[in-house]
Design a protein around this ligand. Sequence first.
Ligand SMILES: Nc1ncnc2c1ncn2[C@@H]1O[C@H](COP(=O)(O)OP(=O)(O)OP(=O)(O)O)[C@@H](O)[C@H]1O
Length: 257
Amino acid sequence: MTLLLKTDGITMKFGGLTAVKDLNLEINQGEIVALIGPNGAGKTTAFNMITGVYKPTEGKIHFSKKDITGLKPHLITKHGMARTFQNIRLFKELSVMDNVLIANHLHLKASYLESILHLPRYRQQKNASVKKSEFLLERLGLSQFKDEKASSLPYGLQRRLEIARALATDPKLLLLDEPAAGMNPKETDDLTHFIKEIRDEFQLTILLIEHHMSVVMGISDRIYVLDHGITIAVGNPQSIQNDQKVIEAYLGVSEDA
Ligand SMILES: Nc1ncnc2c1ncn2[C@@H]1O[C@H](COP(=O)(O)OP(=O)(O)OP(=O)(O)O)[C@@H](O)[C@H]1O
């Protein structure tokens, strides 16, 4: 097995609050790994450290054997990491197709001068980019909406479009922040199959944050459980479901709620 992502004791402090403490994730190529935990456990903060939004207060992050600690998000994307957000971030006024084209643009190698002069290399890349975007939309079941405004899509399809945008940057590792949020049971079930399909088809490794336990238990090879920033359990779905500390962390939350 090839190790793709490794975090060595990453910690994030906001003033006096330690949002994540000493997190040690190890994700192998091809795995689907979930990060779960009650609200405020530190899951999004962990994503933000891995993707370069925050520089960890302590610790190191290695991705594809390179130290990426403290690199800016766009450079981390170039190394092969892409993410979606808890709150969908699309260019709402642009078409579905343009949303994917813009994401793909990051990968075009033609220079600015070549692009304004419409030189051959730019034209070739643009054509390839359109083909690739069409392929992604086709593959994600969005072709029929390609000329629609992104904001006109139903919620579940907007989430798919976010994933299409992430895939347009050719990631090795895809981070999904609550992909099933706001979905009904049928959409949630479809999403579970869909995530496995894209993992296989695009040879992805996936790290996801998710509150829907049916999704987490249905697709994860391994699960990390955070509570108040601390990793309280790591294991396969079965061991996590039976872990006393995990049960208590979740029961504690429902009692408080
Ligand atoms: N930029 C920030 N500044 C200060 N505190 C923050 C910041 N970001 C997160 N926190 C705090 O860090 C803790 C962890 O938050 P985080 O959003 O990572 O949790 P989470 O597990 O993703 O929660 P949820 O499931 O509700 O999204 C919380 O107490 C939160 O208030």
